[in-house]
Write a protein that binds this ligand. Structure first.
Ligand SMILES: [Ca+2]
Length: 373
């Protein structure tokens, strides 16, 4: 009896040892996985002239793209042009995205007035609109990793933050994607919002990835699609998010969160789905997250780098010395691709413009496909 009982205890002990080792091993493996995942996370600050109702709804697509990529740890969103934000807040689409994804992201209003010079610190602008430049500085100070910035719109808050803390930005900015400007001498909308800010940023010496919005091919990031071609394959919540912005819904009449779950009226689809949309920033999000472009089963996808053995190229960035004049103009001759002293990386698409459009359309479709399901 006694012997039997002892051996029973021994068996139980062995089982518990095996189980314990198993649990220890599994938890070591999963914590290694979590650590690996964490090390691939990209701290991101996103600066955008995102409004509701939108100026240009491309910013709504870009916001959804930022939220769709789990490698991004979005540390903050700076909403461009603070005074205008008070009337037409970009917080509405951000709140919708937070409700859809469960992610929490802080957002602040940026500087409201144009910079007076490329070196303007903008400390004399109203206190209520200082939060953008302050957020950029505090996120960089607090982050133990370098931080990536993606900036569209006026670039005012990035420029003011740099003018206030140039050494901090040089030390802590991993990459600064500038989605603004023209590669062949033309004026461009984002530059026009604040020419001094654009000039200050482009001359900053920060690690700039420049995506010219217009100009000489292939140094142009613009692409486009018919909205219905993509919206139809996304979840009801995502469709409602876009319908809300595109139809300029009134938040005092239609709740932006409750509406996400409702069926979409046919007349709304008829109107919004048929519109064409021009886009500029998608490659910045894909590249900034470390995603790789790849063709799988005949379709372009932007996948996490570790899943990609053979990458296909839809776009890339080439080193160049770029000169920008005091008005924010860069002629094509001012982009020196052979310089031994490049000051930034310049976007270029690969193949034809049609190839690039197709690659972006299909990869955006894939990126947003799982959102809200
Ligand atoms: Ca915009």
């Amino acid at each position: 009896m006694c012997r039997k009982r002892l051996s029973g205890l021994a068996v139980a002990w062995r089982i518990s040892v095996v189980l314990g080792v198993g649990i220890l091993f599994t938890s070591l493996l999963s914590s290694a996985g979590v650590a690996e995942q964490e090390s691939r996370r990209v701290p991101l600050i996103y600066c955008s002239d995102l409004f509701h109702p939108p100026d240009d709804p491309d910013d709504w697509f870009d916001l959804a793209t930022a939220f769709s990529i789990d490698e991004f740890d979005i540390r903050g969103i700076v909403l461009d042009q603070g005074e205008k934000q008070m009337q037409r807040t970009g917080r509405i689409p951000i709140e919708q995205m937070m409700a859809i994804t469960g992610k929490k992201v802080q957002s602040v209003y940026g500087l409201s007035n144009k910079l007076k010079s490329p070196s303007d610190k903008a400390l004399d602008q109203p206190q209520e609109f200082q939060k953008g430049a302050k957020l950029i500085i505090s996120v960089l100070q607090e982050s133990d990793k370098k931080v990536t910035l993606i900036a569209v719109g006026s670039l005012r808050d990035v420029c003011a933050a740099f003018n206030r803390a140039p050494r901090l930005l040089k030390a802590k900015v991993e990459r600064l994607y500038v989605v603004a400007g023209h590669s062949d001498g033309g004026n461009e909308y984002n530059v026009g919002l604040d020419p001094h800010a654009y000039v200050g940023v482009m001359r900053s010496g920060l690690p700039i990835y420049w995506l010219p919005c217009f100009g000489r091919e292939p140094f142009v990031s613009k692409w486009g699609f018919r909205q219905g071609d993509l919206l139809g394959s996304w979840s009801l919540r995502i469709q409602n998010y876009f319908a809300y912005g595109l139809m300029k819904a009134d938040p005092t009449k239609v709740d932006p969160i409750l509406v996400l779950f409702k069926p979409i009226p046919e007349e709304v689809k008829k109107k919004a789905w048929g519109m064409r949309r021009s886009m500029w920033s998608t490659p910045a999000f894909i590249d900034g997250a470390g995603r790789k472009m790849v063709v799988l089963d005949g379709r372009w996808r932007a996948l996490p780098g570790k899943h990609v053995r053979q990458r296909n190229r839809a776009f890339g960035f080439v080193p160049a010395k770029v000169t920008v004049n005091d008005k924010g103009i860069t002629r094509f001759d001012d982009i020196d691709l052979n310089s031994s002293e490049p000051n930034m990386l310049v976007f270029r698409f690969e193949g034809t413009l049609d190839d690039y459009n197709k690659a972006m359309r299909q990869s955006l479709e894939g990126l947003l496909k799982e959102l809200g399901r």
